[in-house]
Write a protein that binds this ligand. Structure first.
Ligand code: HEC
Ligand code: HEC
Length: 269
């Protein structure tokens, strides 16, 4: 009776092949969707389904999940708008002058500091509003300024900014291109990807939100550049300053700070 025997054989063979095929499929699925993705550096153990979606290339936002890279810690809550850089009406300047009586002790009677606090006279209005808002929200650290900004409303900040922007500019004008400027200020360092300071802080190219630096106390400039370098000051929204300062040496920080501080010292009244 050879026939049933052959049937039995082929039947068993078919079963074994099916089982083998299923096993192979399961193993390759496990390898492709779980094991391979898990050895990637950015693997997150967020469940089998997540791994499958990632391996298949489904954008993580579809599942309503956001990893830290797509929602980083916010550097600043301030959105800079061109209108913030406009000249304010005189009633705003008047209110600002009254509020500024609380600030003269450190920032000087005419916004020109006699200590190591930054000068505020002539500072661009959007810079003052942004920095005060960042202190208030804890985005820029300074025990004094964080405490003082708590009681300031948005309108108070706009008034203070209007007042300081209106003060006579005791400092020299922002630096414009000239062959004698230090290399970092004038052309930066393309090899290290350092953009020239005047491309953002210049009299011609003043990027909105980039402060007026000329005549600031040297100690203040050195301190702020060092804080950006170390990543301790992080309120520059698009890392504009951290990218510049990170690659600078202590000597370079010292020399650009000396350059900007000498450009117009506080007037001795
Ligand atoms: C007790 C001294 C003191 C008083 C009073 C004070 N400030 Fe300041 N202010 C400082 C110091 C110091 C800094 C720099 C802090 C830092 O390192 O971030 C500063 C920074 C600032 C900055 C940032 C400037 C920049 O170029 O980034 C602004 C704007 C400012 N103060 C506005 C004010 C206003 C407005 C008042 C009054 C309501 C005031 N400050 C009162 C000491 C003071
Ligand atoms: C890509 C544009 C850009 C370049 C290039 C740049 N800066 Fe800045 N810088 C900014 C902006 C924007 C801010 C304000 C950051 C913030 O919002 O707090 C700033 C802030 C600063 C501050 C802090 C001032 C204050 O009062 O708070 C210093 C000091 C400074 N820059 C120095 C420099 C120097 C020196 C160079 C050249 C070596 C330079 N920056 C190059 C954009 C730039």
């Amino acid at each position: 009776m050879a026939k049933p025997n052959a049937d039995e054989h082929s039947g068993r063979f078919a079963r074994i092949s099916i089982v083998a095929l299923i096993a192979l499929t399961v193993i390759s699925l496990l390898v492709a969707f779980l094991w391979l993705p898990s050895v990637h550096a950015d693997f997150r153990a967020a469940g089998v389904w997540d791994s499958i979606c990632r391996a298949a290339g489904v954008p993580s936002t579809w599942g309503g999940q956001n990893d830290e890279r797509s929602s980083p810690v916010v550097a600043t809550n301030v959105v800079l708008l061109p209108a913030m850089a406009k000249r304010a009406p005189s009633d705003s300047i008047g209110r600002g002058a009254t509020l500024a009586l609380n600030c003269t002790m450190c920032h000087g009677a005419q916004g020109m500091s006699r200590s190591d606090a930054p000068n505020l006279a002539g500072q661009y209005p959007e810079v003052i509003v942004k920095q005060l808002t960042d202190y208030k929200n804890g985005k820029r650290a300074s025990s004094i300024m964080m405490a003082l900004s708590q009681n300031l409303s948005d309108q108070n900040m706009r008034d203070l900014a209007a007042y300081y922007a209106s003060l006579p500019k005791a400092r020299t004008a922002p630096t414009t291109y000239d062959e004698t400027l230090p290399a970092l200020v004038r052309v930066g360092d393309p090899m290290r990807n350092i953009a020239p300071c005047i491309s953002c802080h210049g009299g011609v190219d003043q990027k909105i939100g980039a402060p007026w630096l000329e005549g600031m106390p040297k100690q203040y400039l050195t301190q702020q550049l060092t804080l950006f370098k170390q990543g301790e000051r992080r309120n520059d929204g698009e890392l504009q300053m951290r990218n510049v300062a990170r690659l600078m040496t202590a000597e370079e920080i010292e020399s650009v700070a000396t350059f900007y501080a000498r450009k117009g010292l506080p007037r001795r009244e």
